[in-house]
Ligand binder design. Sequence first.
Ligand code: FEO
Length: 389
Amino acid sequence: MKAYKLSENIYWVGAIDWNLRNFHGYLTQKGSTYNAYLIIDEKITLIDTVKSYLTDEMLRRISSIIDPAKIDIIIANHVEMDHSGALPALLNICPKAKVYSSIAGVQGLKEHYKKDWDFVPVKTGDSLSLGKKTINFIETKMVHWPDNMVSYLVEDQILFSNDSFGQHIASSERTDEDYPIDITMQEAKKYYANIVLSFGAQVQKAMQSLAGLKFKMIAPSHGIIWKKHIKEILKSYSKWMVNETKEKAIIVYDTMWGSTEKIAKSLVDFFEKNNVSVKMFNIQETHMSDIMTELIDTKYICIGSATLNNNMLPTIAGFLTYMKGLAPKNRIGLAFGSFGWGGQSVGQIENVLKELEFTILPQIRLKFIPDQKDIDINLEKIQNELNNF
Ligand code: FEO
């Protein structure tokens, strides 16, 4: 296992998680990487580490360049264990290394690992000379944990951005010069939708902190390193962080006997007639993390469920809980569903959409197998409402 040379005296020494398919509930069809970076200077420096079970892989890659015992400085941009998991093993090898992290990072690492390592807390504006090269630290609080920070290598104009700009992609290719950009962008979108979406205000603040810096590379802690398409990923983040949406609709539903699905299909026709791009998802068939990827730039969010035991179906309840946590903003919501008796699901869905402060369109709540004419009467009400927007 080798290191990958990014630039003179700068190497990728991370690990590839080829078989990862579930990242705390996020479906990672393409696996992932945990990117650690080695800088050879008067002070040998490692930026971030990997998950604990991939420690050996990281050590072997470091060893292809230098004895890991010679590491002087470890920069921990983020406490979460996919980046800090190898710290205990590494610090057994280089016990005198100093560990640089944000104030919350130092606190988090102490609480998590219960070790008295040689910590150095840093904040925005602090610099560290490695010899010929200089690292500037920039805190990026709540993108997406309180401890997050990024490290900027001044002379080489490389931003080590940790989770920001990452994507879950396992690949032997390291940069966007060698990996298809459409897949990289799609996975960056999925990453933002499922990890970062609720922190739009904090992303805006972080982006302001980065304004004015020049980037030859943006090196995240997951997936492909940005070299050729830096402008594109920055532009995408600037849209996602303000919840910019397009004339798009998604219809997410579960059905018991096909009646709620009948309403869902009528909604597809409705949006098509209105020249709104539309996608329909039966939650049984599409993973919620993929639906979130679609949702990120979608204006109209329609959620439907039959009623089971006086509640919405558990699949839809699960999706709504997930979506609520990610807190999309500035959307238009619509609840729908059929029922045999009870019929509480539609009101329950609508309540969640209201909690998210969506603009609410008239609900569609119909008993048994809905007649098309009854669906059409409801769609007319929705059309009238839309015409007034
Ligand atoms: Fe990739 Fe927040 O950890």
